[in-house]
Design a protein. Structure first.
Length: 206
């Protein structure tokens, strides 16, 4: 079974192809402002360099947020068009879930994406137990929860004032795919961003 993984929820492109529990191709690259322009060519090159055809893919796992508003839309557009046009099953996961799965810490894992103005996108897991579901939350509220935990680690690539040991996020694509390969498929037309907060335009209308 060949699984395509796509995550463009930040300025980075994280993508890979997993074949029967082996990561056979991957790309991890910070594309900055070029993300929307070169993400698709980079994924296409990954296929070509490994002699894999798009039609060979059996399932797509795509990150639908939270993170960069533009980045999320880039990855979802690629995945949805791909899934719909070739009739390939697709499912979604959050960037915070991907971060948690990529960390091998045995205690509580705190996934953090800086949302500015003393807010974060955050989730906290202790094994399979979800202590704080993925959400847009004030840092002070996260600190309150951290005060109840022992031996936790914060996984993030952002600057954060949250107290505790911190580890950089380097996605373990194989672990992510193995964790979610059996997750229920979604109709490509129903795959939507998981921003976890309103856009500035939406907030101004409230």
């Amino acid at each position: 079974m060949k699984i395509l993984y796509i995550d463009t929820s930040s300025s980075c492109l994280y993508s890979g192809i997993v074949l029967d529990d082996t990561l056979v191709a991957s790309v991890k690259e910070n594309l900055g402002q070029d993300l929307s322009r070169v993400a698709l060519p980079k994924i296409a090159a990954m296929f070509e360099e490994n002699n894999i055809k798009p039609i060979d893919i059996d399932k797509i796992i795509v990150v639908n947020g939270p993170g960069s508003f533009t980045g999320i839309r880039v990855g979802l557009t690629i995945a949805k068009v791909y899934a719909w046009s070739l009739n390939i099953p697709i499912t979604t996961i959050t960037s915070l879930e991907a971060m948690k799965v990529s960390c091998d810490h045995k205690g509580p894992i705190v996934s953090i994406i800086d949302a500015r103005r003393e807010y974060s996108y955050a989730s906290i897991y202790d094994g399979e137990n979800c202590i704080l579901k993925p959400q847009y939350v004030k840092n002070e509220q996260v600190i309150d929860v951290l005060g109840t935990l022992d031996d936790y680690v914060i996984i993030t690539n952002d600057e954060t004032s949250l107290p505790g040991k911190k580890c950089s996020y380097d996605p373990n694509i194989l672990s992510i795919v193995n964790k979610y390969v059996e997750k229920e498929d979604v109709n490509p037309h129903l795959v939507n961003p998981e921003y976890l907060k309103l856009t500035e335009a939406e907030e101004s209308k409230k």
